[in-house]
Write a protein that binds this ligand. Structure first.
Ligand code: NAP
Length: 305
């Protein structure tokens, strides 16, 4: 029987582990097969406070994990395949066979940025391909950038990236944007942004770093190349909440709904990080809500005696 089981090992889960471990709750963290989450897919992190020279994403995660371990967090590398939140203690099934009982749960399974699914895209992720303009825009000062997508995220990222880029081209697969009118107008009025309509990305070009894109026109089927140094894929995120469907309240896009801090609709179950945050999606905000979830879980356990 565990006081606290934390599912997910990005900055939210690891911060929750540091706090619950220091509160003598001996947390168990289930790391999942992609341990460390999205930070392990990035290179330099320059906006996490405390690192004036920046820090590599995987190193930041490794340090947070060591800190959580130092105070007594136990780690188990396994995939959670089922949870039963119907009664306490909660039951967590891992690898379809072993079950774990928990008095409280912190869910920090994150969200995954949707990708196009090209081999060249995954090979150059962190080497010119990015899914986070706030994190990586700064690296492309004075360079041409492409943003892929036609939703609010694409408009927002493109507008933000004009602070750094020599020019931003939005590549969209249709000739109409999905984004809200106000965000469209803002992007269209920006003279550093242009649009490339009806185009699908066939390949991200470059050996070690991005040099451009090969695009196919979906109407004429012609191919063309577009030179750029950075490619920001902004085609939506998917919260990792499949395990909790039907047990926890989510919004229309699947993000776990929280209230009064990090409480979910099930008393004793708390959610932190991107799994409950469609807006900010930063390592530092994830860490902040991880701290909140740990304190909420501690108070819950205290109140329950
Ligand atoms: P989204 O609204 O789902 O838009 C995704 C865009 O990516 C769509 O234009 C879609 O094209 C395109 N796309 C999807 N899969 C693709 C693929 N395989 N290849 C090429 N293009 C692809 O996602 P989002 O922009 O991340 O927004 C998510 C939610 O957050 C929305 O509700 C949005 O309003 C909200 N949001 C709000 C703000 C704000 O208000 N400041 C900022 C960001 C996001 P199609 O249009 O052809 O489907």
């Amino acid at each position: 029987m565990h006081n606290v089981v934390i599912i997910g090992s990005g900055p939210a889960g690891l911060t929750a582990a540091i706090y619950t471990a220091r509160a003598n709750l001996a947390p168990l963290m289930i790391e999942g097969s992609q341990a460390g989450g999205q930070l392990t897919l990035t290179t330099d992190v320059e906006n996490f406070p405390g690192f004036p020279q920046g820090i590599m994403g995987p190193q930041l995660i490794q340090d947070m994990r060591a800190q959580a371990e130092r105070f007594g967090t136990t780690f188990q590398t396994a995939d959670v395949t089922k949870v039963d939140l119907g009664r306490r203690p909660f039951t967590v099934t891992i690898n379809e066979e072993e079950t774990i009982q928990a008095q409280s749960l912190i869910i920090s399974t994150g969200a995954s940025a949707n990708l196009l699914g090209l081999d060249s895209e995954s090979r150059l992720l962190g080497h010119g391909v990015s899914t986070c303009a706030t994190c990586d825009g700064f690296f492309f000062r004075g360079q041409p950038i492409v943003v892929i997508g036609g939703g609010d995220s694409a408009m927002e990222e493109a507008t933000f990236l004009t602070k750094f880029a020599s020019h931003v081209t939005i590549v969209h697969r249709r000739d109409k944007l999905r984004a809200s009118k106000i965000m469209q107008d803002k992007a269209m009025k920006n003279d550093k942004i242009s649009f490339h309509w009806n185009a699908m990305v066939e390949e991200v070009m470059g050996d070690d770093v991005v040099t451009g894109l090969r695009l196919r026109d979906v109407v004429t089927h012609d191919t063309a190349t577009l030179d750029c140094k950075g490619v920001f894929v902004a085609i939506g995120h998917t919260p990792n909440t499949q395990l909790f469907r039907g047990q926890l309240d989510t919004d229309a896009n699947g993000y776990i709904q929280t209230s009064h801090g990090t409480a979910t609709n099930v008393p004793g179950v708390f959610a932190a990080g991107d799994v409950q945050d469609p807006h900010y999606r930063q390592a530092i905000t994830a860490a902040g809500t991880g701290c909140m979830a740990a304190m909420d879980a501690e108070r819950f356990l205290e109140a329950e005696g």
